[in-house]
Structure formats: structure tokens, C-alpha cells
Design a protein around this ligand. Sequence first.
Ligand SMILES: NC(=O)N[C@@H](CC(=O)O)C(=O)O
Length: 448
Amino acid sequence: MKHPILITNVKIVNEGQIKIADVFIQNGVIESIGNLSVEITKETVTIDGTGKYLFPGIIDGQVHFREPGLTHKGDLYTESRAAVAGGTTSFIDMPNTVPNVLTTEILDEKFSIASEKSWANYSFFLGVNNDNLDNVLQMDTSQFIGVSDDGLYFTKKGNLLADSPDTMEKLFSNCKSIIAIHSEMEKIIEENEEIYRAEYGEDVPIACHPLIRSEEGCYQSTKRAIAIAEKHKARLHILHLTTAAETHLFRNDIPLKEKNITTEVSVQNLWFSDKDYERLGTLIKWNPAIKTEKDKKGLLQALLDDRIDIITTDHAPHTLEEKQKPYFQSMSGAPMVQHSLYVMLELYKQGLISLEKIAEKMCHNVAILYGIEKRGFIREGYFADLTLVDLNSPWTVGKENILYKCGWSPLEGQTFQSKVTHTFVNGNLVCENGNFSEFIPGQRLEFN
Ligand SMILES: NC(=O)N[C@@H](CC(=O)O)C(=O)O
């Protein structure tokens, strides 16, 4: 039986406001919020929230948890456990697992594994590439949370969806669900690779990464994808923006609910810039590449003025061995899901973003964008997915507190001022000051 939980006198960060109240959780949902005089029974767990901040549980719209098929990097148990430790209570996972998620059978298998192994609530994108395009065009795609090409190669040549305008025309004119795309132009990347190969041979320095996977490659791709989506009134979501230039292609004059074209930024692009390649090398090699200080500032500005709708992580773990290779051979992507809220709270401490905006972009808007039912807000009757934070409890990221299966983080050595003290998933207190409850599986996200 689930214990009722009463969190008292806590600062609730929700829907543009911070208000002090008590929160009563029972049977997995937020039963009441206010100045409560609930009857405290023997079973009730009372948590003193004085001085702390209560956020809706973070919903991460883009992760790679690697199961099935790539479980030497991470799996649904290890990565979702790391997620809840850092205050993330729901996630949407990408299709580039092995086998790629190109059929509903493989999608169902992923749901089935998650129902037994995931600490957090979950959903999965259906992958789309040339191998299954005709099938996807026949499907009632409104039954999926979204389709995505992320991490999949699209054409026989190996290009991305964004490189195949004809295919985009076909897909966008038919598909009813959200189409979440990785937006870079392979042709521009290949041309740039040739330029730097001519100069350095195989020893291209990592500092060239943002020049190879360049601003131009992102901008041209995003511009074209938006034009095709607008023509077909498709529901397009551009994943992980990395350039300030692209942000100007998105609108902020209509409410998120009415937008057909949306986008996101991943936390690492608000934290790192090209200045960090010298210190961290291929550890911060991501696709698309982390770009300049100017881009970092422009992305934050676009987040604040609502041209960027949500914050994700693109959590993409690889082993250290896979990362620490020469530029061309090293894997792109790094783990981030345990630390996303910490990065954002640190930006708050630096005066760059408000707590209300963090809740909007990491919780409310992700629920709105993907139509997730009864999560992402602190409201009576909603699932009790909640994250309690102490804003004055410094700690340092180190091997001993990293929970990713790959065992490393590009943030090692970083001191954060804030700490997630309690994470609740569906009304269960699953993690308290780094100590986990017995395993309780999360739930499949329902969407409308
Ligand atoms: N973002 C990355 O750099 N890597 C992702 C794939 C992807 O999102 O392209 C991965 O799965 O490793």
C-alpha cells in the first residue's frame, strides 16, 4: 500500500508563480494543495518543506537510454535511476536502439521492457527512415507520441531525413503525429570534413567540430524543414538547436498549443561552448556540435523570449573508451539526464533565468507540446510527479555520485549550489538524498 505523503510549508514553483503551501499526496496523485489540515494517520509520511522549492517532476523530451541492443552504454534501469536521482520523472526515448525502432512490434517490446525496468514514466518515439517510410505512411501515426529520425540514417547514402527534401514532402504531407527531426545538412558537413582533412589529415582537432558540423549546416537544414512543414501544415519539432541563427526561424507570437512548428534546446548547449573543447576534448563532442559563446547566449535569449519551447538533454551515453578516440572515430553524445536540473538551477543562481521559467520549459511546456496527460504541472488531481530542491546545498559532481552506467560525466569536478533532496514518481518517494526506495516501475505516458 502506498503511504499518503504530506509536504508542508513548501515553496511551490508552478505556472509562473511561487507560492508557499502544503501538498497532500494520496493514491499516486496530488490530492490537495493549500493551507491543509489533513488528518495525519499513522501511515502518513510528513516531509518538512520549509525553505525548499517544489517543482513538477522534470519531463525530458529527448533521451537515448540504449535499450535494447546497446546496453553496454546504458539501459532502461540504470539511466532512468540516474534520471530520478536528478529530479527527472518522465522521459521520451529515441529510436536509435538496436534494432532501430522501425516497427510497432519493436516499439511494443520497448514499452514492455520499460514496464519492468524503468524508475521513471516513459514513452518512445517510433523511428522513421527509408526502410520503413512506406509503412509509416500507411500507419495511423496519431497513436504514437511522435515519430523521429534522431540517430537513424535515412537514405541509402546514409543521410539524415533533413537531407531528403522529397522524403520530407512525402512524410510531412501524410503524418498526423509530431515529427521530431535532427536538423543538419550532411552535404555541408561532408564538404567541411574535406576541408579540414586536407589541412590535418586524420588528426583533425576537436576544436574543428563546430566548424565541420557548422552553423550553416544547421541553419540551411532547419530553414528548409520549416518551409516544407509549413507547406503541408505538418506538426514539426526540431530537436536540439545549437545556433542563435536558427532561433530566429521560430515564432513567439502564438501560444505553444497553437504552434505547428516547435523546437528545443538541450542543457549542454546552455552550459558549454567552443571555449570548452580545449579542456574537455571529445567528451563534449555532440551532434549537432556545441557552438560559440554567442550561440550559447542566443539560445538562452530565445528560451527566455519563447522562440524555444522546451529544454531537453539528448542524454546520449557512450563508454569512455568510445569517447576518448581521435576526432573522426570518437562517438558523439554524452550523458546528461542526472544533471539537467542542476545545470538550470546553477544558471538561475547566476541570475540568467527564473525558477518559474525553468518549470515552464522543463515541465509545463513538455507536457503541452507532447500532449502528455495529467503531468508536468502541480495541480490537484494530477499525478504526483514532484521534485523537491534545496537551493543552498552545494555538492560536486564526481565518480562516486555519477549514476550513469558509463560511469562518467563531462561535468565532473563541477560544484552545483543546489541539490534535489526528494523525487516523487506517481506518488512514490523513489529517491531521498541519494537513497533509493525499493524499485517501483514508472508508468507509460498517456497523451491526447
Ligand atoms: N546527439 C548525439 O551526439 N548522439 C546521439 C545521436 C543523435 O542524437 O544524433 C546518440 O545516440 O549518441
